[in-house]
Design a protein around this ligand. Sequence first.
Ligand SMILES: NC(=O)c1ccc[n+]([C@@H]2O[C@H](COP(=O)([O-])OP(=O)(O)OC[C@H]3O[C@@H](n4cnc5c(N)ncnc54)[C@H](O)[C@@H]3O)[C@@H](O)[C@H]2O)c1
Length: 357
Amino acid sequence: MAKKSSPSKLRYAFIGAGGIAGAHMSYLTKFEDVELVGLADVSEASMARHAKTYNIPSAHCFTSYEKMLKELKPDAVSVCTPNGLHAPNTIAALEAGAAVLVEKPMAMNAKEAQKMLDTAKRNKQKLVIGFQYRFGSNSTYLKSAVDAGQFGNIMYGRCQALRRRGIPNWGVFGRKELQGGGPMIDIGVHILEVTHFVMGSPKPIAAFGNTWTYMGNKKSDVISSWPNWDHKTYSVEDLAVGQIRFDNGAILTIESSFVAHVEKDTFSFSIMGEKAGANWDPAAIYHDAGQYMTNSTPAFLTPSGFGDHFQAKMRNFVDHVLYNKPTLAPAEHGVMVQKMLDGIYASAAKGAEVKIG
Ligand SMILES: NC(=O)c1ccc[n+]([C@@H]2O[C@H](COP(=O)([O-])OP(=O)(O)OC[C@H]3O[C@@H](n4cnc5c(N)ncnc54)[C@H](O)[C@@H]3O)[C@@H](O)[C@H]2O)c1
């Protein structure tokens, strides 16, 4: 059995040691109250790269995550495997007594996500979803205005995650059986989660949408920053458009694509309330001021680049596990987001609005 090196340090391990795991590690190693103790990945080469950078002994690198959990007994685990493994990896880690930060999307579908949440509750373990955009200062700026009642009733949200030519040519992002879907579940989930969060996390009750595949599954010589993706195994959508209805009457529209014919890559959202509306990036609030419509922009925002909100997400998880501070990205929110994604895909398959239970 692995020994606790220091009771005050969080003994932290990884299941999945690829690209995003490296980002987790780079921030965790800045924290004095965290110790990286081990890795599990089917690729020894991936583990060796991170192990060298972060001084993790090779004896603590496992090709079986079950063995890693059994031998190292970590306090906390990041699950950074492809989407299809999030549920089994997370459930195993929770049952082995670890708190879990699972990368987005929470799972392949809401059924798996609910099972993960139930397992966390049954084992009295903490489960957090890797939703970093809610930690950005533009999100905090808008959320605090929403919480202060500046918008009144929020009726509508519109979010977009649109790449012009951006089918990933690495990993398994084009394989539905391993990912659950394409741009909607991969990049749409980011903008969907933060829009839903700023809107106050209302309960989704119905979905309507469609998906289309027109480029990714064909051999193509288009000029792209990531050319030569694997078109033979590409089984996901290129474009997904959907609408969610909430129990408070609000509507949220999402557009997401790896290859949209639009002027520029777009990753942002806007909301409309009875007393004010807002844009997320760049952050601005448009509100009533007597007779006048007034535009407000924050004079100062703390830095909110990818690194800043990613670090805040990692710090919040550590604080939640070690010091019981509230998490901003609870598993309950992950389940709701997953229900919205499921709903849009189900509506696309059915050709009609579907209820979300
Ligand atoms: N929050 C973010 O901004 C963000 C960014 C990128 C990716 N992600 C998410 O992180 C997850 C991983 O994405 P990535 O970009 O790091 O992919 P990746 O392909 O770089 O890494 C995945 C790793 O999982 C390993 N793996 C595959 N099968 C395994 C198994 N059975 N057991 C153990 N390890 C296994 C692979 O060998 C690889 O090292 C995905 O769910 C993705 O959606 C989140």
